[in-house]
Write a protein that binds this ligand. Structure first.
Ligand code: ATP
Ligand code: MG
Length: 422
């Protein structure tokens, strides 16, 4: 029979790699919690119109990358390609803006984009992201960037740096757009087909194209920072001053844009220079989207958010030996001993220890080998002799030392062994 494989670009994550993934989420949740963010959990599918409206109907993400299908009632649904649209939809649907002036939410989970798969770019991947709604002041922009630097450091991602820009606002962006279009026109021959189209309806996107030809053709392009209106300039200066006050290294880059339509003013990225990432070195993208809540039918609520690619950040972390999954291995010799051992295993597990035993039985040598392969620190040994005498033999698998303890003292003795040395 033909083997059925996973959908292209959608990966299985097996232990111990899955442990790295969940530790990443744990650290993420903890650090975001220290900044006051609560978790919002939204569905994995939304009505397609939501993304068309929030992300922009003519963006690559919506036009080319979404997993869109009709459900059995004939409504068009899409698997979420990003998390902001769903979070803002939930914010409005539950009228959260009426209940509190400031909302800090984060989300963590899978996203789906039909992209060309390569290292660091998948069709199902995970993001941790956050949205801070209700604050127009630049303080939250700088705080969010600072939080991300802290988060990546806590996770152990090396060589990160923040790039910060401003995309301007409705008042000043048109002038920049015009200047950029005029600058790009004579260079159109160097652009890819998509960018030639973008030149007419969204020239800023040309700055975001990943193709090497386009990157070369736009070298030296005008900076958004030169044409900011006074209000946008003051805002950006505020972000920079706050970053400096918190000693967060950053670089201003007036050619940094974000691929989505809803961004205004501050845009930022965090990249890592870890060699493993290659061209896929952007770990986090984010920015301010003061117009989005209104765009989705709500009041005008200023907001800023980010999304971090979890797999990509994991690629940047040097691989370490996976931690052992077992603390104690119960070696049971013979069926009466196995029966006895399963009861002790349950007690040890209830005390929070990670316990394994081999229901297949077999000789002592084989079981000890299995214990060592699992990385167990302690082997606890029971055979007919130990059963008869009411004791258990404990073996410290790191140094090979061995001692006999009373069955009633098993938990305390195991804990003492685990606590001794490292
Ligand atoms: P890129 O420029 O790399 O395509 P993007 O601008 O599409 O990224 P965002 O939509 O801002 O990215 O998503 C934020 C982060 O999510 C990215 O910086 C990246 O780390 C991660 N990410 C985006 N798309 C993918 C993907 N297909 N596979 C893995 N991670 C991804
Ligand atoms: Mg992309």
């Amino acid at each position: 029979m033909e083997e059925i494989r996973a959908v292209k670009g959608m990966n299985d994550v097996l232990p111990p790699e899955s442990g790295r993934l969940s530790r990443f989420f744990e650290v993420g949740r903890r650090v975001l919690g220290t900044y006051g963010y609560g978790e919002v959990v939204t569905p994995i599918a939304e009505y397609t119109e939501l993304f068309a409206r929030a992300v922009g109907a003519t963006t690559d993400m919506v036009e080319k990358e979404m997993y869109t299908f009709a459900d059995r009632d004939g409504r068009s649904l899409s698997l979420r390609p990003e998390g902001t649209a769903g979070a803002v939809r939930a914010y409005l649907q539950h009228a959260v803006h009426r209940a509190e002036p400031v909302t800090r939410w984060f989300y963590a989970g899978p996203m789906f984009r039909h992209e060309r798969q390569q290292r660091g770019r998948y069709r199902q991947f995970h993001q941790i992201g956050a949205e801070a709604l209700g604050i127009a002041e630049p303080g939250i922009d700088a705080e969010m960037i600072t939080m991300l630097v802290d988060l990546l450091a806590a996770i152990g991602v090396p060589s990160t740096r923040a790039r910060v820009s401003s995309l301007g606002c409705a008042a000043c962006r048109p002038a920049y757009r015009e200047r950029l279009t005029a600058w790009l026109r004579p260079r159109v021959a160097g652009l890819c087909e998509d960018c030639r189209r973008r030149l007419d309806h969204n020239p800023l996107r040309v700055l975001d194209c990943k193709k090497p030809g386009c990157a070369a053709a736009r070298d030296g392009a005008p900076s958004t920072l030169d044409l900011l209106c006074d209000a946008c300039r003051v805002h950006l200066d505020g972000v920079v001053a706050d970053l400096e006050a918190q000693s967060v290294p950053h670089r201003l880059d007036g050619t940094l844009v974000r691929g989505l339509d809803y961004y205004t003013r501050t845009a930022f990225e965090i990249v890592s220079d870890a060699a493993e990432l290659g061209a896929q070195n952007t770990l986090v993208g984010g920015g301010r989207y003061d117009g989005l809540v209104e765009e989705l039918g709500g009041p005008r609520v200023p907001a800023i958010g980010f999304a971090m690619g979890v797999e990509r950040a994991l690629l940047a972390i040097p691989a370490e030996a996976p931690p052992a999954a077992v603390d104690v291995f119960l070696v049971a010799l013979g069926e009466p001993a196995r029966r006895f051992a399963i009861g002790r295993a349950r007690e040890l597990r209830a005390a929070g220890l990670r316990v394994d035993l081999d229901h297949r039985g077999g000789g002592a040598r084989r079981q000890i080998k299995r214990a060592a392969a699992l990385g167990a620190r302690v082997a606890a040994w029971v055979g007919d002799d130990e059963l008869a005498r009411g004791c258990i033999t404990l073996k410290d698998l790191r140094d090979g030392s061995q001692r006999e303890v009373a069955q009633a003292d098993l938990l305390a003795a195991v804990r003492a062994t685990l606590a001794g040395g490292s």
